[in-house]
Ligand binder design. Sequence first.
Ligand SMILES: NC(=O)c1ccc[n+]([C@@H]2O[C@H](COP(=O)([O-])OP(=O)(O)OC[C@H]3O[C@@H](n4cnc5c(N)ncnc54)[C@H](O)[C@@H]3O)[C@@H](O)[C@H]2O)c1
Length: 348
Amino acid sequence: MNEKLEIALDSRERSLVTGGPLSGLPTLLEGEREVFLVYDRNVEKVAEGIMEACPGIVGMMPVVATEEEKSIDTVLDICGRMMDADLSRDALVLALGGGVTTDLTGFAASVYKRGVRYANIPTTLLSQVDAGIGGKTGVNFESYKNMLGVIRQPVFTYLSSEVLETLPEREFRSGAAELLKTFLIEDRDGGYEKAVRYLSGGDGDLQPLLFAAASVKAGIVSRDPFENGERRKLNLGHTFAHAIEHEARLRGDDITHGEAVAIGIVLAAALADGLGVSRDLAPRLSQDFSSAGLPVRCPYPLSALAEAMGKDKKAASGMVRFVLPERIGSVIVRPLAVSAALKVLSTR
Ligand SMILES: NC(=O)c1ccc[n+]([C@@H]2O[C@H](COP(=O)([O-])OP(=O)(O)OC[C@H]3O[C@@H](n4cnc5c(N)ncnc54)[C@H](O)[C@@H]3O)[C@@H](O)[C@H]2O)c1
């Protein structure tokens, strides 16, 4: 993967999406004299390799990648360790891990000394195609996901399929939901069908799919970095997914973000079918997602999701902006009252 993408926010803030073998990292870090590495404990071996290969690393901190640890307390711990390492404003903070680690690290770097640069080396499929690109950082607060955070771009995101080798199967499948989501929004290089084929039978190559998905996300973020319009499309399935995750936490159920997104996308397609925005899309996506090893049925009654959906931070004055798929590769955003959406879904 030698291609390079650039996300340009304005003349000041630019973000590079690149990738390849991890052996390419030291070159990218050349000239960096103060690098602080925040890494997920589950990729400690990769972290050790990076520390050996990159002389500029002056400090590090392992984190435990759970939603409970994705908290303001952990951000304060990271900042404390950066202070202990006497990190200056010129430092670069490197995040190595999945979305929990990149979200936490990006947030800590954004507030430390009013903001130092950070970069991501995402180690899950989900974070390679989604969380690690686009500059959304943050933590959970009072049982609500990503309630506190800032949008600030990493100086680079390094995509290396090497790091996925140790990823548990369930985590890989969860990332597959975001991969499919991306191609539902924009079907770059026929990525949707290729991804379904790859995920259901291992047919094809993952590497070009990673980069195609990353380029879709990078393109959208470049055009709308602060989510005033087009970027909202990336929330496809997420209004439902956040509500499902909220309900799962209340019940003590075990469901990953990607699994919730898969169910949420199928619900969004059912809503689109019900509103006449699409035709028979829900059954098709249901079949594709199932064959990709993803859950498609909501385990909770719709009424249980209603309250959390109203409180979603994207809800404005009781209305929620639903992202509705029209067909593969095209979605629209439509504001709708939660009660109206659930009424349509209850008839499906
Ligand atoms: N910032 C954004 O734009 C954005 C977008 C989507 C999701 N997110 C956030 O991302 C988080 C989910 O992130 P995620 O699914 O990438 O993973 P994660 O960080 O939650 O990690 C999942 C599990 O995999 C382990 N792991 C990570 N990489 C591994 C590897 N290579 N080998 C073995 N184990 C590994 C972790 O330790 C953890 O146990 C959520 O908190 C979500 O809110 C953020």
